[in-house]
Design a protein around this ligand. Structure first.
Ligand SMILES: *[C@@H]1O[C@H](CO)[C@@H](O)[C@H](O)[C@H]1NC(C)=O
Ligand SMILES: *[C@@H]1O[C@H](CO)[C@@H](O)[C@H](O)[C@H]1NC(C)=O
Ligand SMILES: *[C@@H]1O[C@H](CO)[C@@H](O)[C@H](O)[C@H]1NC(C)=O
Ligand SMILES: *[C@@H]1O[C@H](CO)[C@@H](O)[C@H](O)[C@H]1NC(C)=O
Ligand SMILES: *[C@@H]1O[C@H](CO)[C@@H](O)[C@H](O)[C@H]1NC(C)=O
Length: 278
């Protein structure tokens, strides 16, 4: 069952990072360690709830295995998610498009290549993951390809092992990349794999922008997308999507945080109990 879930998530997301298990080999970018992300600082609330949330805690609404099973007709208001973070990713009702959250602003990337700023008070998400991001490691490096990113991530963490941890990241720079956005479900509970089979994909070269996302360890493969999961938005916020392949143009700025706290909220009713989780 676990393997099937891994495979179906991988197929649906279009990439899957096998744990590269590399040995950290250098101390580059090893500044800023020692903060394991505990404690409140109260930022990242985007003015909505007034609540505080621990830095570098992963908050997510629903689980990826439910999304894979097409549980996406409805969700929670985006403002409920944004009460828990300022950086992240997700999707929208009926799997229409991709969500990118940067600096507390929520963007909606549509399959028709448009990007809008989301009104958190009126728009819902059936799956989203955010964190109140506070980088622990800051470095600069070149990325050869998606697999290379996955292999390099532990080395950027230096002496802090992340083999079995979630991590959050933010990359800024110029990229060559392939991104996608799905157009949405044709019927309730249509599977993510079926929806992404119709997705629109674009390639860009020398595009400046920001990538944000999360690493999910294998044991949590049904909670979030195992491996590395990145969404991109360009500098002027007109192009965005889920990253299928990436290479940097020269070095890019990389900010990383290890995640040791998870806060998972699942839908209280509706389609959630119809997910088969197979
Ligand atoms: C893109 O798609 C969205 C969602 O279907 C729609 O609201 C918007 O009008 C479309 N924009 C253009 C330029 O076609
Ligand atoms: C991906 O990047 C890695 C690390 O830089 C490299 O070893 C590998 O050959 C690259 N793979 C492809 C298909 O380019
Ligand atoms: C990393 O670990 C090595 C070996 O324990 C140590 O010599 C080095 O000072 C550590 N580097 C950092 C930045 O903590
Ligand atoms: C997915 O697509 C297949 C092939 O078109 C179809 O038989 C199946 O009913 C679809 N299932 C879901 C849940 O979307
Ligand atoms: C926004 O940036 C893209 C490249 O990232 C560029 O093609 C486009 O012309 C820019 N649009 C505006 C309005 O500046």
């Amino acid at each position: 069952m676990k393997l099937l879930a891994l495979v179906s998530v991988a197929a649906a997301l279009g990439n899957y990072a096998v744990s590269a298990n590399p040995v950290p080999k250098s101390n580059n970018g090893n500044n800023g360690q020692g903060n394991n992300g505990q404690g409140n600082n109260g930022h990242g609330n985007n003015g909505h709830s007034g609540s505080t949330t621990p830095v570098n805690e992963l908050y997510q609404y629903s689980v990826i295995a439910a999304l894979v099973d097409g549980v996406a007709s409805h969700g929670t208001l985006v403002k409920n998610v944004m009460a828990h973070g300022d950086l992240g990713l997700g999707t929208f009702d009926s799997l229409i498009g991709e969500m990118v959250v940067v600096d507390g602003v929520v963007y909606h990337a549509f399959a028709n290549k448009t990007v809008t700023v989301v009104d958190p008070e009126t728009i819902e998400t059936p799956f989203a993951a955010v964190t109140t991001f506070e980088s622990q490691i800051e470095t600069s490096a070149a990325i050869t390809n998606f697999t290379g990113f996955t292999a390099s991530l532990p080395t950027w963490f230096g002496n802090t092992s992340i083999t079995n941890h979630f991590a959050a990241y933010r990359l800024e720079g110029t990229f060559n990349l392939r991104i996608r956005a799905p157009g949405g479900q044709c019927f309730a509970l249509e599977s993510l794999a079926n929806v992404t089979a119709r997705q629109t994909e674009w390639e860009y070269t020398n595009i400046e922008g920001t990538m944000v996302g999360f690493r999910t360890p294998k044991y949590a493969a049904e909670v979030n997308a195992a491996g590395d999961h990145l969404h991109f938005i360009n500098a002027n916020r007109t192009i965005a999507g889920h990253v299928l392949e990436v290479a940097s143009v020269g070095n890019v700025d990389i900010k990383l945080a290890k995640i040791t706290n998870l806060h998972v909220e699942v839908p209280s009713e509706g389609e959630f109990n119809l997910a088969a989780f197979v």
